[in-house]
Design a protein around this ligand. Structure first.
Ligand code: FES
Ligand code: FES
Length: 165
């Protein structure tokens, strides 16, 4: 396929990422994960399995937790996407980022961006979850390093700080 024919196969997709309007020219079935990482240089979302099983690529799309490895970019048209890069407020880390750091919930870091976004999603729906509810809320996110106890501790601590702030 020539360059010009390739370019004709691409479509313009406009959406919002971390509050910034973006327009990309991509193949409709290109994965949101690849567009974020390669076109927009937002490399926080990681590719683990590439099959919707590990959660390392999680982002929020219109407030819903999605595996960006399974989302064709066409589906993002008009959507509001939040990645891990959008959580901190300037120099100030998000309360979940602080708690993960302090509780040892981030070790190798591969799962961490997706895990934190899953935790954001969880706390948005359930501000004071019990440990079992945290396990359930993060069940789609796999971690090879922590054994999960530090992650549950971090989410519990973040919830406590949010409700007492
Ligand atoms: S890389 Fe998307 S779920 Fe594993
Ligand atoms: S911190 Fe390494 S996979 Fe979770």
């Amino acid at each position: 396929m020539t360059d010009s024919r390739e370019n004709r196969a691409r479509v313009g997709i406009s959406f919002t990422v971390n509050g910034q309007p973006q327009t990309v020219h991509a193949y409709p079935m290109e994965r949101l994960l690849d567009v974020l990482r390669q076109e927009l240089q937002l490399t926080g979302a990681k590719e683990g399995c590439g099959e919707g099983e590990c959660g390392s690529c999680c982002v929020l799309m219109d407030g819903i937790l999605v595996n960006s490895c399974l989302v064709p970019i066409l589906q993002a048209e008009g959507a509001s996407v939040v990645t891990i890069e959008g959580l901190a407020g300037g120099e100030r880390l998000h309360v979940l980022q602080e708690a993960f750091l302090e509780c040892g919930g981030a070790q190798c870091g591969i799962c961490t961006p997706g895990m934190i976004l899953a935790a954001v999603h969880l706390l948005n729906g359930k501000p004071e979850p019990m440990p079992e509810e945290i396990r359930e809320g993060l069940a789609g996110n796999l971690c090879r390093c922590t054994g999960y106890s530090q992650i549950i501790e971090a989410v519990t601590e973040a919830a406590r700080r949010r409700t007492t702030a």
